[in-house]
Design a protein around this ligand. Structure first.
Ligand SMILES: [Zn+2]
Ligand SMILES: [Zn+2]
Length: 269
């Protein structure tokens, strides 16, 4: 996530080598990253974080729960900064407001990110939509939100019953259908773009996730909202918040353009 020269990575779930390739792919020198913010300590969110931190001197911002659950590699982190739900942290023009989400990891977080071009809602591992998440997302212009599995594909999945229960439970992952329910009932009037994130390779199909999302947008009377499906194998196209604005871009806004290169994290489950 970037605004001008301020760049912040949310999670680092790929290997260090893969992270370098992805960052190269979107033209970001890792030495220019101001921070890595960690949503939670599951391996698909932290795999390459310690190495990235050590090699480039990047501080890792994480909750106490994430730090305790980190496991191997925690000692390699160049520097820790505390993240706390409800306590904002700013990097230049980017202001992150962490909030707790329903997921089976200690102190798992989503973010509301305030920028000169509007707010972004970010939540990739959420077993259920909570009132707090609805409130945090209410006036966002872009949402990056989990669309992990199709309920029916999870039901017939090769995963063990206990794993299927976990994924589909309130502390697991958001289904295409649950996201569609959120869109029909709670989608904020400012939303211009939804990025479907954290899709399961086994229990979802990108075209199906997109179709269910578009159907919900149409039902909500919002067919003009752009839908982007984030894949696991390549970076998602950069989304320019200023470019989504209905009003002409002023020279000041142009100087502070905010862009979002996604694709840094792999999805589990
Ligand atoms: Zn997780
Ligand atoms: Zn995850």
């Amino acid at each position: 996530m970037a605004a001008g020269d301020d760049r912040v990575l949310i999670d680092a779930g790929l290997s260090y080598r893969a992270l370098r390739q992805r960052l190269d792919g979107v033209g970001v020198d890792p030495d220019t990253l101001g921070a890595v913010l960690i949503t939670h300590a599951h391996v698909d969110h932290v795999r390459g974080a310690a190495m990235l931190s050590r090699k480039h001197g990047i501080p890792i911002h994480a909750t106490g729960g994430a730090r305790e659950g980190w496991g191997r590699g925690a000692d390699k982190v160049a520097g820790w900064e505390a993240l706390l739900a409800g306590r904002p942290v700013a990097f230049g023009a980017l202001r992150f407001i962490p909030f707790g989400v329903s997921h089976d990891a200690d102190e798992a977080l989503g973010f509301r990110i305030e920028t000169p071009d509007g707010a972004i809602g970010f939540a990739t591992d959420v077993g259920q939509i909570t009132d707090d998440l609805v409130a945090r997302f209410s006036d966002c212009r872009v949402l990056v939100v989990e669309s992990n599995h199709a309920v029916e594909l999870l039901r017939v999945s090769p995963y063990a019953p206990s794993v299927r229960m976990r994924i589909g439970g309130d502390g697991g992952h958001l289904s295409n259908e649950a996201l569609a329910g959120f869109i029909r009932e709670h989608l904020g009037a400012q939303v211009r773009c939804i990025v479907l994130a954290h899709l399961s390779r086994t229990n979802n199909v990108p075209a199906l996730a997109e179709l269910i999302c578009r159907e919900a947008l149409t039902a909500a009377g919002r067919p003009g909202v752009r839908v982007v499906v984030a894949g696991q194998d390549q970076p998602t196209p950069t989304i320019d918040l200023a470019g989504l604005a209905p009003a002409p871009v002023s020279p000041v806004q142009a100087a502070q353009q905010v862009s979002l290169p996604f694709g840094g994290s792999s999805a589990r489950a």
